[in-house]
Ligand binder design. Structure first.
Ligand code: HEM
Length: 141
């Protein structure tokens, strides 16, 4: 049960990473269509939250059923998860409220979308590397 949950957790994190990388193309494919950008952004944010929720669920179930103590690595994961969610919701709010038909606003939001997605990718990748180093016994977190 715990092994299965952790394996699912681990696969979901990799799917999440792939999803984020794919998201980088959204501003490009909707470059000439601001309303399309807003619509696809909405679908992206919903999917983001769906995957993130599954990651938290599998992680929490593994932690509770495995009776794992709240280690530093788990704390980092929970804080990172909350941060990723917070930034994603803020980002979508901005895109939703903005006068996206304005070319300048559209341009700024496209740039912001890419920058935020790159930061999210880096954060998730760093977490994966940290957990690999932990598994190898190189770092103790
Ligand atoms: C509420 C959020 C989360 C909880 C409760 C949670 C919980 C856990 C637990 C209990 C483990 C096993 C730890 C160990 O073996 O010492 C684990 C492993 C891991 N978690 Fe999380 N996690 C959460 C979010 C995340 C997020 C957001 C990421 C990525 C950004 C992530 C990436 C990983 C990775 C890469 C592993 C190693 C998996 C493996 O063994 O292959 N976790 N998590």
């Amino acid at each position: 049960m715990i092994t299965q949950m952790l394996a699912t957790h681990s696969i979901l994190v990799k799917i999440f990473l792939g999803f984020l990388v794919a998201g980088l193309f959204i501003p490009m494919v909707t470059a000439k269509n601001p309303l399309g950008f807003r619509k696809v952004s909405f679908i992206f944010t919903m999917t983001f939250q769906g995957i993130a929720t599954m990651i938290a669920f599998t992680g929490l179930v593994a932690m509770v059923t495995g009776e794992m103590p709240l280690s530093l690595s788990i704390m980092i994961m929970i804080v990172l998860w909350a941060l990723l969610m917070f930034v994603e919701i803020k980002k979508y709010r901005l895109i939703k409220m903005a006068k996206i038909e304005n070319p300048e606003t559209h341009r700024v939001l496209k740039g912001g979308f890419i920058r935020i997605t790159v930061i999210q990718i880096l954060l998730v990748a760093v977490m994966v590397v940290l957990m690999v180093l932990k598994a190898k016994g190189i770092v103790a977190i």
